[in-house]
Design a protein around this ligand. Structure first.
Ligand SMILES: Cc1cc2nc3c(=O)[nH]c(=O)nc-3n(C[C@H](O)[C@H](O)[C@H](O)COP(=O)(O)OP(=O)(O)OC[C@H]3O[C@@H](n4cnc5c(N)ncnc54)[C@H](O)[C@@H]3O)c2cc1C
Length: 384
């Protein structure tokens, strides 16, 4: 039962008491003519999103650090330094951060060294630094930018562990095994952030299609290559009375939401409170790494690793988001053909694109307006 329906039902109970002569001074909702009272209407009502282009308060373009063969998690030597790589998470960096962070931690712990330089202060760097600290390491983060000025701050913020995580032809069973291990670790760890001022929360997610897909028609969207069993609840197709949309195919599941600004702030502050250090420092060439005092260096530079380590496999897939004025009564996420929205504490984020090999971070206003239009059409036809 959603919050609104709970209060509407509570309204019924209060009104019934009133009929037995108990005076109530609360403002009792009208039983009849209340257009959201779903028992009367015979369908499951959810609040509507307010959509107009003048509600757009921010537009951003972030560059997903995509690597064809998936994130690079490995140990090597750079002169006298031991180097552990942990970068190239594509569209899954939030979801996999703790899992690949744990793999990087294991590689570091196998060296026996405890003084660690960690390059990068995005979601992957912060998670990895936290895990190393929990294992007794003294960690200093070196980064040219810190939140909110990192790619991680420009993400949608949902559990999407296989979104643009590798090229389809590189999705081998061996890679899938490593990916699954990272997923399971991350998923568990994310549940530990529940209840901490909503830095992580759960909500309903709808996938709405006006028409059923024809046989063989792909799912499109975030190029998800793998599925995983036993973690997040599965999609379920809804009967028309279980949703308010004018559409042939509506599915729902519960999914996790990362409230990005408060999440990054919380975990970075925790790292610092526990004695971790942070230095604003740009690494321009490999000699700059050699000059660091720590014997072990963990590379969580995201796309920044490309030129530094000559990684030809790594390239950006840009993604735009348009942020609308926050609407506290909206507590669900929805995707439909060509657009999606997600509800976060800091706003309603619209998105849905990905341009391969594009370094352009200038928002395209026409695209944001197109998403507003697509979602308006859906809301216009929605009951309630
Ligand atoms: C539109 C969009 C939507 C997304 N949605 C989701 C989602 O819903 N779920 C999900 O799981 N993932 C999502 N992602 C993917 C996710 O955001 C990335 O995979 C993730 O942010 C990568 O994190 P990172 O820490 O590796 O990189 P970054 O956040 O880019 O951090 C890199 C760090 O390295 C530093 N750095 C770089 N170069 C240098 C240098 N030379 N010297 C010093 N410091 C340097 C930077 O300053 C920064 O501190 C999305 C991405 C985009 C763009």
């Amino acid at each position: 039962m959603n919050r609104r329906n709970f209060f509407q039902k509570a309204g019924v109970a209060t009104a019934a008491l009133g009929a037995f002569g108990v005076q109530s001074c609360t403002n009792v909702p009208k039983l009849y003519g209340d257009k959201n009272f779903y028992i009367n209407k015979g369908y499951y009502a959810i609040p509507k999103l307010k959509l107009s282009t003048d509600r757009i308060i921010k537009e951003t373009v972030g560059l997903r650090p995509f690597r064809e063969s998936g994130p690079r998690i490995e140990k090597s030597m750079l002169g006298n330094k031991i180097l552990v790589h942990n970068y190239g998470h594509g569209g899954s960096g939030w979801s996999l951060s703790w899992g690949t962070g744990n793999m990087a931690r294991n590689l570091v712990m196998s060296t026996g060294k405890k003084k660690i330089a960690l390059l990068g202060c995005g979601t992957v760097g912060i998670a990895t630094a936290t895990l190393l600290q929990e294992s007794g390491c003294e960690v200093t983060i070196y980064a040219k930018d810190v939140p909110p000025n990192v790619t991680s701050n420009l993400a949608t913020g949902t559990w999407s562990p296989s979104s643009r995580v590798c090229a389809h032809d590189k999705a081998t069973p061996e890679f899938q095994k490593i990916w699954e291990e990272a997923c399971r670790f991350s998923f568990k760890r994310m549940q530990m952030s529940l209840g901490l001022n909503d830095i992580v929360s759960w909500g309903d997610e709808y996938a709405v299609r006006k028409e059923r897909p024809k046989p063989g028609e792909g799912r499109g969207g975030g190029s998800e290559v793998f599925e995983i069993e036993g973690l997040a609840p599965h999609w379920k197709e809804l009967s028309p009375k279980d949703h308010p949309f004018n559409a042939e195919l509506v599915r729902r599941r519960s999914n996790m939401i990362f409230n990005i600004p408060s999440y990054l702030n919380f975990h970075l502050n925790n790292f610092l409170l526990r004695g971790g250090k942070l230095k604003i420092h740009e690494i321009k060439k490999l000699e700059d790494i050699d000059a660091l005092k720590e014997p072990v260096v963990v590379n969580c530079l995201g796309l920044g690793a490309k030129t530094l380590f000559n990684d030809d496999e790594l390239y950006p897939i840009s993604g735009q988001l348009a942020c609308l004025v926050p609407q506290t009564e909206i507590n669900y996420k929805l995707s439909t053909k060509g657009a999606y929205f997600i509800t976060r504490k800091d706003g309603i984020y619209l998105g849905g694109n990905g341009i391969e090999n594009s370094y352009d971070t200038t928002p395209n206003r026409a695209l944001s307006e197109q998403w507003v239009h697509t979602l308006s059409e859906l809301m216009k036809d929605m009951k309630g």
